[in-house]
Design a binder for this molecule. Structure first.
Ligand SMILES: [Zn+2]
Length: 394
């Protein structure tokens, strides 16, 4: 059957090619045109045409990173112009909101943070975030603000930017991305916070260049962001990665999800504090540091439970790497050592036990990932962002 090549397809193809070039430069830092052609599989004329357009837009720099003497005409490397603009990354967690301005190279150029009071309503939280974004932008004075990404707690509909269910706020079906977009007059994209954490690590952290990995957040809740074949995996209804609700004890305590004995009921921050008889997981981590036996045992039990869950996940997905983030992960080896032992004890192949490391971006991982949601769209969408006028109006 004859396939007609319509202009819409040509545009999509151009966007895909452009994405491959921008993505290769993000991953490799700086590349000559010939290396870009080899890595992307595009022809040299295509690489030449696209890079010429991107250079004209100022998105690329030419000749960076090579000594002048060796910079031959044909081998002049290209790199991303990190200062071309920033994406705003927002993390809305249970107790605080964090706002970062992240440049095209993943560097954090400015930041703000404020406490979210318990019982806060969506409108006032969105107002607070909008004010924080304006403070950060006024301080950083970027050339452009490309858009804003929001890493949100609970079940998040990525496509619609809707918080379907945020158990700790008691919010249901809150169109938070649209509420932020209205206040910021910027395009806003949103996803679940753990998935954003995984994306942040994939783009700018310990997951850079890793095709298959899992990022597990152990905090007030437990969840996993899954990267398969170099892309974030969301699942059929965007519910993938809810490992906090793996059943670990059929007769265990009741979980807020309605089931019994979920991983969260034995290994989340509040569960660790309860088992140690202390007020918070932070207090447990402090006590463990001082050698308190009960605190050490509570962290070891939690680490073992999370490790078994990861071992099960590893048998399903075969990841090359596991990254651990979240508040409880700050307890470091008191949690990670028993976690690694549990993974090894339950691995199918003792010669290929998946390595476990802390996230590289620390407490910034989710907000940087939220900014990466914006950059990913921008890289795909073309050289000119949807909204450029915002800076001039404030
Ligand atoms: Zn549950």
């Amino acid at each position: 059957m004859e396939r007609r090549f319509v202009p819409g397809n040509a545009r999509l193809l151009k966007e895909l090619n452009q994405y491959q070039i921008l993505d290769a430069l993000r991953r490799h830092g700086s590349l000559a045109r010939s290396e870009l052609a080899r890595i992307t599989g595009l022809t040299p004329p295509t690489v030449g045409a696209i890079t010429a357009a991107l250079l004209a837009d100022g998105l690329l720099l030419e000749g960076e990173g090579l000594p002048a003497a060796s910079a031959g005409r044909r081998a002049v490397p290209l790199s991303l112009n990190a200062e071309w603009g920033v994406a705003i990354g927002v993390l809305l967690s249970i107790t605080r909101a964090q706002v970062l301005a992240v440049d095209l190279g993943g560097a954090v150029r400015g930041r703000a943070e404020f406490a979210v009071r318990s019982g806060a309503q969506p409108g006032e939280v969105a107002d607070g975030i909008a004010a924080a974004v304006q403070r950060v932008v006024a301080e950083v004075r970027p050339r452009r603000v490309i858009g804003a990404g929001a890493a949100l707690h609970g079940l998040v509909d990525h496509a619609g930017g809707v918080m379907r269910f945020a158990p700790h706020f008691g919010w249901r079906d809150v169109p938070f991305a649209a509420m932020l977009a209205e206040r910021l007059e910027l395009p806003v994209v949103a996803d679940n916070d753990v998935r954003c954490m995984a994306l942040g690590e994939l783009w700018f952290g310990a997951g850079r260049g890793v095709q298959n990995f899992v990022c597990v957040r152990v905090g007030t809740g437990i969840g996993a962001g899954i990267v398969l074949d170099g892309s974030l995996f969301r699942g059929g209804r965007a519910l993938a990665g809810e490992i906090g609700h793996f059943t670990v004890d059929l007769n265990g305590p009741l979980c807020h999800c309605g089931s019994r004995g979920c991983l969260e009921t034995v290994a989340s921050g509040p569960a660790i504090a309860r088992r140690a008889g202390m007020e918070s997981a932070t207090a447990v981590a402090r006590a463990a540091e001082a050698g308190d036996a009960r605190a050490l045992q509570a962290l070891a039990d939690a680490g073992t439970h999370v490790g078994v869950a990861i071992a099960n996940l590893a048998k399903t997905l075969d990841p090359e790497l596991v990254l651990i983030g979240g508040g409880v992960a700050r307890a470091g080896e008191h949690l990670l050592a028993p976690l690694r032992r549990a993974i090894a004890a339950h691995a199918l192949d003792q010669r290929a036990v998946v390595p476990v490391h802390p996230v590289a971006l620390g407490d910034d991982a989710a907000a940087v990932g939220a900014a990466a949601l914006v950059l990913e769209r921008f890289f795909r969408g073309g050289a000119v962002p949807a909204v450029l006028g915002w800076m001039g109006r404030h």
